[in-house]
Design a binder for this molecule. Structure first.
Ligand code: AKG
Ligand code: FE2
Length: 314
């Protein structure tokens, strides 16, 4: 009795990672990554590339950004759904977010700051750009480890070239009550890999394969790495794409960031033939991510928790 422990996300240490091919340290971390992604589709990563000043500067920048008047924030528009300003939704009243496409390229961050601040905001662009640059490095390390683990590293270049990055920054207001309120509805990510970073306010919950919620307890130098539906389909179901949500309580605002690697429109996502055999029959028909998003953002798609299966499941 009473022996049940609170489930936790696997923690993987990327500090001092030896990037040399086949080094024992690389191989060890790679095997931990693969195991975590098969079992949970998610893990906590400690990564030493972020100086303390940069980590603190990120949250100061996010506060400054979300403190802008709503009319100004609404100027952050995008033709792509969910890439511009999102907020003021009655279903998730605590939530607001903004996107910057390819924030690892300084010019892109600058064009956003030039829209939001009259004289631009150099500090903001420098901070978000450096942060995104470091994160794209982590994204590439993880994807290389995944392809090597699957034995399909010959596709690495094509795989890397098939995606763009979106940095999305988010604020969840504290609900001003100790009751738990919905911050962001349960969903799976649709992209390839997501890397989340956040301040000290808890709220992210990730569902295990057997339906239990794990609450993530943030620590300063750690990130949450998560698989999206694209990589679930491309790996022919080997990697899990977990449901997750944000639940808020208390007075403090939760600030978070997500670096999303997203397939380019026109690129056909198809599981490599090496991952399809009698034991692992093809689970998803080849598809274009932009076509999938058209379905996902339709009225029917928004109510469909298994949109990828509906859209291209075999
Ligand atoms: O704020 C977070 O930590 C999670 C955000 C999220 O799941 C998303 O934007 O897809
Ligand atoms: Fe998500």
């Amino acid at each position: 009795m009473g022996s049940e422990t609170t489930p936790k996300l696997p923690l993987i240490d990327f500090t001092n990672l030896n990037l040399e091919a086949k080094s024992p340290n690389w191989e060890l971390v790679k095997s931990q990554v693969y195991k975590a992604l098969v079992e949970y589709g998610c893990f906590e990563a400690s990564f030493d590339k972020f100086p303390l000043e940069l980590r603190q500067a990120i949250f100061a920048s996010l506060e400054e950004l979300f403190d802008l008047p709503l009319q100004t924030k609404l100027l952050n528009v995008s033709k792509k759904p969910y890439h511009g300003y999102v907020g003021q939704y009655s279903m998730v009243p605590l939530y607001e977010s903004m996107g910057i496409d390819d924030a690892n390229i300084l010019e892109n961050v600058k064009s956003m700051t030039n829209i939001l601040w009259q004289d631009g905001n150099q500090n903001f662009s420098k901070t978000l750009h450096s942060f995104s640059e470091e994160l794209t490095e982590l994204d590439q390390i993880i994807r290389k480890m995944i392809l090597e683990s699957l034995g399909v590293e010959k596709y690495l270049e094509e795989h890397m070239n098939s995606t763009n990055y979106l940095l999305r920054v988010m604020k969840y207001k504290g609900p001003q009550t100790s009751d738990t309120k919905l911050g962001l509805s349960t969903h799976t990510d649709k992209n390839v890999v997501t890397i989340l970073y956040q301040n000290q306010v808890e709220g992210l919950e990730v569902m295990t394969k057997d339906g239990k919620w794990i609450s993530y307890k943030p620590t300063q130098g750690s990130f949450v790495v998560m698989i999206g539906d694209t990589l679930h389909a491309w790996s022919n179901g080997r990697l899990h794409s977990p449901f997750h949500r944000v639940m808020m309580s208390g007075n403090e605002a939760r600030y978070s960031t997500g670096l999303f690697s997203i397939p380019k429109g026109g690129y056909i996502i198809k599981a490599p033939e090496e991952l399809v055999d009698e034991e692992h029959p093809l689970l998803f028909k080849p598809y274009d991510h932009v076509d999938f998003l058209k379905y996902y953002y339709s009225e029917k798609g928004q109510r469909d928790q298994f949109a990828m299966h509906t859209f291209c499941g075999v």
